[in-house]
Design a protein around this ligand. Structure first.
Ligand SMILES: Cc1cc2nc3c(=O)[nH]c(=O)nc-3n(C[C@H](O)[C@H](O)[C@H](O)COP(=O)(O)O)c2cc1C
Length: 336
């Protein structure tokens, strides 16, 4: 049977093609989650608790999906999450994701654990980049990367802080894709946020916040933006879903810093829900890996386009003229 053109494919079809094209081990790594996978499943299921309030008598036909973050304007609030192991999908996968990010008009969060250097990420993309450090790679190396990020015009820098224990795929701790060594956890400390703030004038993003207490600690230490994230269910089994945690983080610090969210985003509707609950934008992990695995650069662009088209559709059907005008009033909690 002949394959449909990419421009007509939905996310599920792209995922199915990626599964066929990616090696079994890469697929298992990308789709893997900690232990029983309860957090992974909950991340997606929890979006189902919110329903949209449909509105038809209005004149919204072409809603504006653009957002501004760190002084950059993006055409969509669907950003690309830091993934350290795109290279398992293919030798060029990191570069293809970076190129696709630029073409799609989104923001690229580049992982310290990935193969490209800070310079190589910048050369591969026209997208604004946020460098996401892992402090287990050493503060000296982090600082070197931060300096390069500053001189290359990155939009922000940050630290992924939730890996105080290493990620798990089922019952196993995977080896690092960068150096093949066993992964280790690294303690999270407010002092390290203060340290990074004192070292750079770029906005500082802290990823891995799953509650109001940690949110306040990160903000008091100087964080400019937080990412509510449970690492796509790869850290703590039976964690809460990120979308369940978002309201308490927004209530605690939403008037002081930008709040972003990832973990479980699989549709434009999910993104609208996150924005309605107070996130400025979201990061998308595995679907981007499917895009690059299925069709390289164009696959990445298509995944971002699908999510953005779906956002538009939801905004039209709820009568909201722009992403910046989304409020909680378009949501209803499912009582069923
Ligand atoms: C294969 C894989 C590798 C990842 N590598 C990193 C990483 O290097 N740094 C990081 O901060 N998060 C990493 N994450 C977590 C993602 O940034 C993001 O939090 C998660 O994928 C969001 O969930 P989703 O896949 O359901 O969208 C990784 C996730 C996956 C699936």
């Amino acid at each position: 049977m002949q394959e449909k053109p990419l421009s007509q494919m939905g996310l599920r079809e792209i995922r199915d093609i990626a599964r066929l094209r990616m090696s079994h081990s890469a697929w298992e790594h990308v789709m893997g989650a900690a232990e029983s996978r309860a957090t992974f499943r909950r991340n997606q299921k929890a979006f189902g608790r919110f329903l949209f309030r449909q509105r038809i008598f209005h004149d919204v036909t072409d809603p504006d999906t653009s957002v501004e973050l760190f002084g950059r304007r993006l055409t969509t609030p669907a950003f690309i999450a830091p993934i350290g192991s795109f290279s398992l999908i293919g030798d060029r996968a990191d570069h293809q994701v970076a190129e696709g990010a630029g073409l799609a008009g989104t923001m690229l969060f580049a992982s310290h654990a990935a193969k490209p250097t800070v310079q190589e990420w910048a050369e591969a993309t026209s997208a604004p980049i946020v460098f996401m450090a892992y402090l287990n790679r050493g503060k000296e190396d982090t600082l070197k990367c931060v300096r390069q990020a500053e001189s290359l015009g990155y939009a922000a820098v940050g630290i992924t802080m939730d890996t105080i224990q290493p990620v798990k795929i089922g019952d196993e701790v995977p080896l690092s894709t960068k150096d093949g060594k066993p992964r280790k956890g690294y303690p999270a400390s407010a002092k390290n946020i203060e340290w990074l703030k004192s070292e750079t004038s770029l906005p500082v993003v802290i990823k891995g916040i799953m509650g109001s207490e940690d949110a306040r600690i990160a903000v008091n230490a100087g964080a400019d933006a937080l990412i509510v994230s449970n690492h796509g269910g790869r850290i703590l089994d039976f964690n809460r879903a990120a979308i369940e945690v978002l309201p308490e983080v927004v209530a605690a610090v939403g008037d002081k810093v930008t709040v972003l969210l990832d973990s479980g985003i699989r549709s434009g509707g999910d993104i609208v829900k996150a924005l309605a609950l107070g996130a400025k934008a979201v990061l998308v992990g595995r679907p981007i890996a499917w895009g690059v695995g299925a069709a390289g650069v164009q696959g990445v662009v298509r995944v971002v386009d699908i999510l953005t088209e779906q956002i538009k559709r939801v905004l039209i059907l709820t009568g909201v003229g722009a992403v910046s005008e989304i409020t909680e009033s378009i949501l209803i909690q499912d009582q069923a």
